[in-house]
Ligand binder design. Structure first.
Ligand code: GLU
Length: 618
């Protein structure tokens, strides 16, 4: 245990008193009950801070902090609550990456809680026996084949064991309360249910839970999930090893994957998966070293492979470090941001996969000398018209080489599933945690009577080819490559400066990168950096090989003309009036020089998030 309980109680008591004296009001509900619906997007103060996409989850974390729990306790409480209120984005049926800054040792630690492919999952499982060809991506999305062994329960337990002060049962308590008493349905929840309606209707279990009587939940109604409360109680009593990864629940998960509970006449093929109880019993959340790069005097820590987040954000920052972005016109700085990201994505595609299966050159990818050499390929006047080729990690010296031939990265699908949360406590510990069930609505398959959806994370493997040179090809027991990028920046003296993360598939990487550039180089405040319109260069090419950049409509409106001389092909990320137009939905905490914390949540995208501090200050 890092902190003496007595000191903690005292500090918590004085924080509670301060809260009472300042009134607390909107920024700081005293308890997670009654229902939290207020969304404050920015909050400044002391004593602890939290930012999530959801007011119930933020209130749950704040309650834990108020009672003297630390950032890890509060992060697990918030994540479990998100499993209730954001069941289509995250939950115990999925996986994620947990990044922790320990104030006592000024060091950053991570847990890889990514899902794994079952032992029976190899390239054959992605082949449709009826056609002899790979399943179409859409066929895999709603299937047992794409369900990975969940990592989230093990991650919560491991995080609490490593650094927490609460038991799993104590940390689950606020979420159980929210699941039992229900939360208020908002527009986003209804919309996400509607978007998934046709898929969910294929499963008896899923329709019973999320489409009772075939109807969508109405905005303003109360949504309860007693099944999930009961499942959380089981985990609280037995722990995850006996309660989730073994025993009746494990048997039910395996049975659900092997024989999805479809209605008599499903409209989708729903291929069955192979997951067994042995796969569940063998799951392990991994303690892992973070990635590290230096950027403008900050130490930037991220998630190492199996996520590509840390290496790709890190490499792009190393590239950008060689340019004076702050001294450039905004369009010029954005041009460099976009090109650095294209370069880093080329290397991501060639080199990053699960390090337990492929030799990932993490050191080279995050080496400033490699970044310096890659920076040579940025033409200051023109965007690359074709995708960048990957660099050579086996031989680099920071000297500009002759231009190599281009090679397109595989295009990933991305969406707005996944969720992210940021928590800091009164001792200065910080958690940045991104978790997901992959697609919004995951596989669409609820484990009957258990209240949660299984992920479809295995669609993050390459699904169309099985080239042995591909680091992200499917193999038994392997973790699919992720883009999740929970990131913590420290000041030179080892204290935290900024923690941030986002949902959004492979746009997560560019969202985190752009926000760092906005904050560090372009002088924006953290809330402004989160709100600013986004563009994402993932080294993609269109059907005739022309490189293109995906951009929010607001970005095209604001910067389209200024970027025209660079010859970008800016492709709208979606219709201006749909959520597909949005890139990311971040949460962040900045640690201000005067000791206060600035919690910031996405103000608009996905309905906006909820930022709270324990003791608000003017
Ligand atoms: N499965 C994605 C990843 O791990 C995240 C899902 C999303 O945000 O769309 O990179």
């Amino acid at each position: 245990m890092l902190h003496a309980p007595f000191t903690r109680r005292l500090a918590a008591a004085s924080a509670a008193l301060a809260l009472a004296l300042t009134g607390g009001a909107a920024a700081s509900p005293a308890v997670a009950d009654p229902r939290a619906v207020e969304k404050t997007h920015t909050a400044v103060g002391t004593g602890g801070a939290v930012s999530t996409v959801d007011p119930e989850a933020s209130a749950a974390a704040l309650e834990v902090l108020r009672k003297g729990g630390n950032a890890v306790d509060a992060a697990v409480a918030a994540a479990a609550t998100l499993g209730v209120t954001e069941p289509y984005s995250a939950g115990i049926g999925g996986g994620g990456y947990f990044v922790y800054y320990d104030a006592a040792t000024e060091s950053v630690h991570t847990i890889d809680g990514r899902e794994t492919a079952p032992a029976g999952a190899d390239f054959q499982t992605f082949m449709n026996p009826a056609t002899g060809k790979p399943y179409l991506f859409g066929e895999l999305v709603t299937s047992g084949v794409s369900v990975g062994v969940p990592g989230t329960p093990a991650t919560w337990e491991r995080a609490l064991e490593n650094w927490g002060t609460l038991s799993l049962g104590e940390a689950l308590r606020p979420a159980i309360k929210v699941a039992d008493r229900g939360f208020v349905v908002d527009e986003t929840f209804r919309k996400q249910t509607d978007d998934n309606r046709a898929r969910f209707a294929n499963f008896t279990s899923t329709s019973e839970l999320f489409l009772p009587g075939g109807a969508l939940p109405t905005v303003g109604s109360i949504f309860k999930n007693h099944d999930l409360a009961e499942t959380y109680r089981l985990l609280a009593r037995q722990g995850t090893e006996d309660g989730f990864y073994a025993g009746p629940l494990a048997e039910e998960i395996a049975a659900t994957v092997q024989a999805p509970p479809t209605v008599p006449t499903p409209t989708l093929p729903v291929p069955a998966g192979t997951m067994t109880t042995a796969d569940l019993a063998g799951y392990e959340a991994l303690d892992q070293d973070p990635t590290h790069v230096e950027y403008r005097g900050y130490d930037v820590y991220g998630m190492a492979p199996s996520s590509s987040g840390g290496t790709t954000v890190g490499e792009a920052l190393n590239i950008l470090e060689t340019f004076d972005l702050a001294g450039m016109a905004p369009a010029d700085a954005l041009h460099h941001y976009l090109q650095s990201s294209g370069l880093a994505f080329a290397d991501r595609g060639k080199y990053v996969g699960d390090p337990a299966f492929v030799g990932v050159p993490t050191k080279a990818l995050t080496d400033p000398v490699f970044g310096k050499e890659r920076a040579c390929l940025i033409n200051p006047d023109t965007a690359a018209q074709t995708p960048f080729a990957p660099g050579d990690v086996a031989s680099y010296d920071g000297v500009c080489p002759a231009a190599p031939a281009a090679l397109a990265d595989e295009q990933d699908t991305e969406n707005l599933s996944t969720t992210n949360l940021t928590v800091a406590d009164q001792w200065g510990n910080v958690v940045e945690y991104t978790l997901t069930i992959e697609q919004t609505g995951g596989s669409g398959i609820v484990v009957p009577g258990r209240g949660f959806i299984l992920n479809n994370e295995l669609t993050d493997f390459t699904t169309t080819s099985f080239d042995t040179a591909d680091p992200n090809r499917i193999e038994p027991g392997k973790r699919p490559r992720s883009s999740m990028s929970p990131t913590i920046l420290l000041n030179e003296d080892g204290t935290p400066f900024l923690a941030l993360g986002s949902p959004g598939g492979s746009t997560i990487i560019t969202t985190v990168l752009q926000t760092i550039v906005n904050r560090v180089d372009l002088g924006m405040t953290t809330p402004a950096a989160l709100a600013a319109p986004r563009a994402s260069n993932r080294n993609f090419a269109n059907s005739i090989g022309r490189a293109f950049v995906t951009a929010e409509p607001g970005f095209i409106d604001e910067f389209g003309d200024d970027l025209a001389p660079y010859e970008y092909l800016l492709v709208k990320s979606g219709d201006a009036f749909t959520s597909a137009a949005e890139i990311g939905a971040e949460t962040a905490i900045e640690f201000l020089p005067d000791g206060r914390m600035l919690a910031a949540a996405e103000p608009v995208r996905r309905g906006g998030g909820s930022a709270l501090v324990l003791t608000p200050s003017p």
